[in-house]
Design a protein around this ligand. Structure first.
Ligand SMILES: C[S@@+](CC[C@H](N)C(=O)[O-])C[C@H]1O[C@@H](n2cnc3c(N)ncnc32)[C@H](O)[C@@H]1O
Length: 239
Protein backbone atom coordinates (compact mmCIF):
# COMPACT_ATOMS: atom_id res chain seq x y z
CA UNK A 1 0.00 0.00 0.00
CA UNK A 2 1.35 3.46 -0.84
CA UNK A 3 0.95 6.54 1.33
CA UNK A 4 -1.46 7.88 -1.26
CA UNK A 5 -3.74 4.83 -0.83
CA UNK A 6 -3.99 5.19 2.93
CA UNK A 7 -6.60 7.01 4.97
CA UNK A 8 -4.58 10.05 6.04
CA UNK A 9 -6.95 11.19 8.81
CA UNK A 10 -5.02 9.51 11.65
CA UNK A 11 -1.87 11.31 10.49
CA UNK A 12 -3.56 14.69 10.48
CA UNK A 13 -4.99 13.98 13.94
CA UNK A 14 -1.55 12.94 15.23
CA UNK A 15 0.01 16.06 13.70
CA UNK A 16 -2.26 18.24 15.86
CA UNK A 17 -1.13 16.64 19.12
CA UNK A 18 2.18 18.50 19.24
CA UNK A 19 0.80 21.91 18.27
CA UNK A 20 -0.28 24.76 20.53
CA UNK A 21 -1.69 26.64 17.52
CA UNK A 22 -2.60 25.12 14.18
CA UNK A 23 -0.70 27.88 12.38
CA UNK A 24 2.91 29.23 12.31
CA UNK A 25 2.47 31.31 15.45
CA UNK A 26 5.21 31.74 18.02
CA UNK A 27 4.86 32.78 21.65
CA UNK A 28 6.22 36.30 21.10
CA UNK A 29 3.80 37.00 18.25
CA UNK A 30 0.73 35.67 20.02
CA UNK A 31 1.46 37.88 23.04
CA UNK A 32 2.00 40.93 20.81
CA UNK A 33 -1.19 40.26 18.82
CA UNK A 34 -3.27 39.92 21.98
CA UNK A 35 -1.84 43.24 23.18
CA UNK A 36 -2.85 44.85 19.88
CA UNK A 37 -6.45 43.67 20.14
CA UNK A 38 -7.85 46.00 22.80
CA UNK A 39 -11.48 45.67 23.94
CA UNK A 40 -13.84 48.64 23.53
CA UNK A 41 -15.28 48.24 27.04
CA UNK A 42 -15.39 45.86 29.98
CA UNK A 43 -18.52 44.28 28.50
CA UNK A 44 -16.89 43.59 25.10
CA UNK A 45 -17.04 39.97 23.96
CA UNK A 46 -14.58 38.10 21.78
CA UNK A 47 -15.62 35.67 19.05
CA UNK A 48 -13.28 33.12 17.39
CA UNK A 49 -14.72 31.47 14.29
CA UNK A 50 -12.86 28.26 13.42
CA UNK A 51 -11.28 28.37 16.89
CA UNK A 52 -9.84 24.84 16.86
CA UNK A 53 -8.81 23.92 20.39
CA UNK A 54 -9.36 27.50 21.53
CA UNK A 55 -5.89 28.41 22.78
CA UNK A 56 -5.77 31.91 21.31
CA UNK A 57 -9.30 32.82 22.40
CA UNK A 58 -8.66 31.56 25.93
CA UNK A 59 -5.46 33.60 26.25
CA UNK A 60 -7.13 36.69 24.81
CA UNK A 61 -10.13 36.48 27.14
CA UNK A 62 -7.94 35.74 30.16
CA UNK A 63 -5.61 38.68 29.48
CA UNK A 64 -8.36 41.23 28.82
CA UNK A 65 -10.87 39.80 31.33
CA UNK A 66 -13.49 39.29 28.62
CA UNK A 67 -16.26 36.85 27.91
CA UNK A 68 -15.97 35.00 24.63
CA UNK A 69 -17.41 32.48 22.21
CA UNK A 70 -15.42 29.96 20.20
CA UNK A 71 -17.05 28.19 17.27
CA UNK A 72 -15.70 25.12 15.49
CA UNK A 73 -17.43 22.31 13.65
CA UNK A 74 -14.98 19.65 14.92
CA UNK A 75 -16.49 18.20 18.10
CA UNK A 76 -13.14 16.76 19.25
CA UNK A 77 -11.49 20.20 19.13
CA UNK A 78 -14.41 21.78 20.98
CA UNK A 79 -14.19 19.11 23.67
CA UNK A 80 -10.48 19.87 24.10
CA UNK A 81 -11.21 23.61 24.22
CA UNK A 82 -13.87 23.16 26.91
CA UNK A 83 -11.53 21.00 28.97
CA UNK A 84 -8.74 23.59 28.74
CA UNK A 85 -11.18 26.36 29.69
CA UNK A 86 -12.27 24.37 32.74
CA UNK A 87 -8.64 23.61 33.72
CA UNK A 88 -7.85 27.36 33.64
CA UNK A 89 -10.99 28.42 35.52
CA UNK A 90 -12.41 30.07 32.38
CA UNK A 91 -15.41 27.80 31.75
CA UNK A 92 -17.85 30.45 33.01
CA UNK A 93 -16.18 33.13 30.89
CA UNK A 94 -15.57 31.48 27.52
CA UNK A 95 -18.15 29.26 25.81
CA UNK A 96 -17.25 26.84 23.03
CA UNK A 97 -19.85 25.84 20.47
CA UNK A 98 -19.76 22.86 18.11
CA UNK A 99 -21.36 24.56 15.12
CA UNK A 100 -20.95 25.65 11.54
CA UNK A 101 -19.45 29.14 11.76
CA UNK A 102 -21.26 30.24 8.58
CA UNK A 103 -24.54 30.36 10.52
CA UNK A 104 -23.17 32.43 13.44
CA UNK A 105 -24.92 35.83 13.31
CA UNK A 106 -24.04 37.58 16.62
CA UNK A 107 -21.44 40.34 16.03
CA UNK A 108 -18.70 40.97 18.58
CA UNK A 109 -16.25 43.75 19.47
CA UNK A 110 -13.27 41.43 18.95
CA UNK A 111 -13.45 38.82 16.19
CA UNK A 112 -10.75 36.24 15.44
CA UNK A 113 -10.31 34.06 12.36
CA UNK A 114 -6.98 32.27 12.02
CA UNK A 115 -6.22 29.85 9.20
CA UNK A 116 -9.91 29.29 8.69
CA UNK A 117 -11.05 31.64 5.92
CA UNK A 118 -12.07 28.54 3.91
CA UNK A 119 -15.15 28.35 6.17
CA UNK A 120 -16.80 30.88 3.82
CA UNK A 121 -15.46 29.55 0.52
CA UNK A 122 -12.35 29.92 -1.59
CA UNK A 123 -9.91 32.76 -0.92
CA UNK A 124 -10.02 35.50 1.71
CA UNK A 125 -12.63 37.78 0.09
CA UNK A 126 -15.81 35.89 1.11
CA UNK A 127 -14.41 35.42 4.63
CA UNK A 128 -13.56 39.09 5.02
CA UNK A 129 -17.04 40.09 3.79
CA UNK A 130 -18.66 37.80 6.38
CA UNK A 131 -16.26 38.87 9.14
CA UNK A 132 -16.95 42.54 8.40
CA UNK A 133 -20.64 41.92 9.10
CA UNK A 134 -19.68 40.23 12.39
CA UNK A 135 -17.26 42.91 13.67
CA UNK A 136 -18.96 45.73 15.58
CA UNK A 137 -18.20 49.36 14.59
CA UNK A 138 -14.86 50.43 16.19
CA UNK A 139 -14.21 46.76 16.96
CA UNK A 140 -11.23 44.66 15.87
CA UNK A 141 -10.75 41.66 13.61
CA UNK A 142 -7.63 39.51 14.03
CA UNK A 143 -7.24 37.68 10.72
CA UNK A 144 -4.57 35.07 9.94
CA UNK A 145 -4.29 33.88 6.35
CA UNK A 146 -1.92 32.16 3.91
CA UNK A 147 -0.04 34.32 1.41
CA UNK A 148 2.80 33.88 -1.06
CA UNK A 149 6.08 35.41 0.13
CA UNK A 150 7.71 34.77 -3.26
CA UNK A 151 6.48 33.56 -6.65
CA UNK A 152 5.46 29.88 -6.38
CA UNK A 153 6.57 27.29 -8.93
CA UNK A 154 3.93 25.13 -10.63
CA UNK A 155 4.05 22.37 -7.98
CA UNK A 156 3.61 24.79 -5.07
CA UNK A 157 0.82 26.64 -6.88
CA UNK A 158 -0.94 23.34 -7.51
CA UNK A 159 -0.76 22.49 -3.81
CA UNK A 160 -1.68 25.87 -2.33
CA UNK A 161 -3.72 27.47 -5.08
CA UNK A 162 -4.09 31.11 -5.91
CA UNK A 163 -2.94 32.90 -2.72
CA UNK A 164 -2.38 36.69 -2.69
CA UNK A 165 0.85 38.23 -1.46
CA UNK A 166 0.72 40.40 1.68
CA UNK A 167 0.01 43.59 -0.30
CA UNK A 168 -2.74 41.79 -2.22
CA UNK A 169 -4.30 40.49 1.00
CA UNK A 170 -4.29 44.00 2.46
CA UNK A 171 -6.05 45.28 -0.68
CA UNK A 172 -8.70 42.55 -0.32
CA UNK A 173 -9.20 43.58 3.33
CA UNK A 174 -9.57 47.27 2.49
CA UNK A 175 -11.95 46.39 -0.38
CA UNK A 176 -14.04 44.49 2.18
CA UNK A 177 -14.38 47.70 4.22
CA UNK A 178 -11.58 47.46 6.78
CA UNK A 179 -8.79 49.81 7.86
CA UNK A 180 -5.49 48.01 8.50
CA UNK A 181 -3.98 48.54 11.96
CA UNK A 182 -1.25 45.91 11.65
CA UNK A 183 0.09 43.72 8.82
CA UNK A 184 2.95 41.24 9.18
CA UNK A 185 3.94 37.71 8.21
CA UNK A 186 5.21 34.80 10.29
CA UNK A 187 8.98 34.46 10.42
CA UNK A 188 10.87 31.55 8.89
CA UNK A 189 11.55 30.33 12.43
CA UNK A 190 7.83 30.24 13.24
CA UNK A 191 7.25 28.24 10.05
CA UNK A 192 10.11 25.82 10.74
CA UNK A 193 8.82 25.22 14.28
CA UNK A 194 5.25 24.73 13.04
CA UNK A 195 6.25 22.28 10.32
CA UNK A 196 8.62 20.38 12.63
CA UNK A 197 6.09 20.11 15.47
CA UNK A 198 3.39 19.04 12.97
CA UNK A 199 5.60 16.25 11.61
CA UNK A 200 6.80 15.24 15.08
CA UNK A 201 3.24 14.34 16.05
CA UNK A 202 3.14 11.96 13.10
CA UNK A 203 6.64 10.58 13.79
CA UNK A 204 5.44 9.51 17.24
CA UNK A 205 3.05 7.03 15.60
CA UNK A 206 6.25 5.25 14.50
CA UNK A 207 4.55 3.14 11.81
CA UNK A 208 6.08 2.73 8.32
CA UNK A 209 3.10 4.58 6.82
CA UNK A 210 3.40 7.46 9.27
CA UNK A 211 7.14 7.76 8.64
CA UNK A 212 6.62 7.74 4.87
CA UNK A 213 3.98 10.45 5.20
CA UNK A 214 6.20 12.57 7.47
CA UNK A 215 9.14 12.13 5.06
CA UNK A 216 7.02 13.27 2.14
CA UNK A 217 5.76 16.34 4.00
CA UNK A 218 9.29 17.27 5.09
CA UNK A 219 10.57 17.01 1.51
CA UNK A 220 7.63 19.01 0.17
CA UNK A 221 8.38 21.71 2.72
CA UNK A 222 12.18 21.87 2.57
CA UNK A 223 12.46 21.36 -1.19
CA UNK A 224 9.28 23.19 -2.13
CA UNK A 225 7.15 25.66 -0.20
CA UNK A 226 9.59 26.76 2.56
CA UNK A 227 9.99 30.51 2.19
CA UNK A 228 7.44 30.61 -0.63
CA UNK A 229 4.20 30.11 1.27
CA UNK A 230 3.83 32.60 4.10
CA UNK A 231 1.25 33.34 6.73
CA UNK A 232 -0.09 36.87 7.22
CA UNK A 233 -1.38 38.47 10.41
CA UNK A 234 -3.76 41.40 10.00
CA UNK A 235 -5.36 43.49 12.73
CA UNK A 236 -8.32 45.23 11.11
CA UNK A 237 -11.08 47.60 12.10
CA UNK A 238 -14.24 48.39 10.13
CA UNK A 239 -13.73 51.64 8.14
C1 LIG B 1 -6.30 25.40 10.30
S1 LIG B 1 -7.49 25.17 11.59
C2 LIG B 1 -7.17 26.62 12.55
C3 LIG B 1 -7.62 26.49 13.97
C4 LIG B 1 -7.29 27.66 14.89
N1 LIG B 1 -7.86 28.90 14.40
C5 LIG B 1 -5.80 27.80 15.08
O1 LIG B 1 -5.19 28.70 14.50
O2 LIG B 1 -5.23 26.99 15.83
C6 LIG B 1 -9.05 25.54 10.82
C7 LIG B 1 -10.24 25.29 11.73
O3 LIG B 1 -11.45 25.65 11.06
C8 LIG B 1 -12.46 24.72 11.44
N2 LIG B 1 -13.57 24.78 10.49
C9 LIG B 1 -13.55 24.45 9.18
N3 LIG B 1 -14.77 24.65 8.63
C10 LIG B 1 -15.58 25.11 9.62
C11 LIG B 1 -16.94 25.54 9.68
N4 LIG B 1 -17.71 25.50 8.61
N5 LIG B 1 -17.43 25.98 10.86
C12 LIG B 1 -16.63 26.02 11.97
N6 LIG B 1 -15.34 25.64 11.96
C13 LIG B 1 -14.82 25.20 10.82
C14 LIG B 1 -11.71 23.41 11.48
O4 LIG B 1 -12.40 22.43 12.22
C15 LIG B 1 -10.40 23.82 12.11
O5 LIG B 1 -10.41 23.71 13.51
Amino acid sequence: MTVADEDLRPYFQAARTGLTFNSPLGEQRVAALIDRVQPLSASSRALDLGCGTGELLLRLCAQHGLGGDGVDNQATDVTTARRTAADRGLAGQVTFHTADATVWDRPADIVVNIGASHIWGEGPAPALAALHRLTNPFGTLLFGEGVYETKPDAAVREGFGDLPDLAGLVRIATDAGFRVLHAATSTQGEWDDFESDWRAGIERLATPGARAFADRRREEYLDGYRGVVGFAWLVLTPA
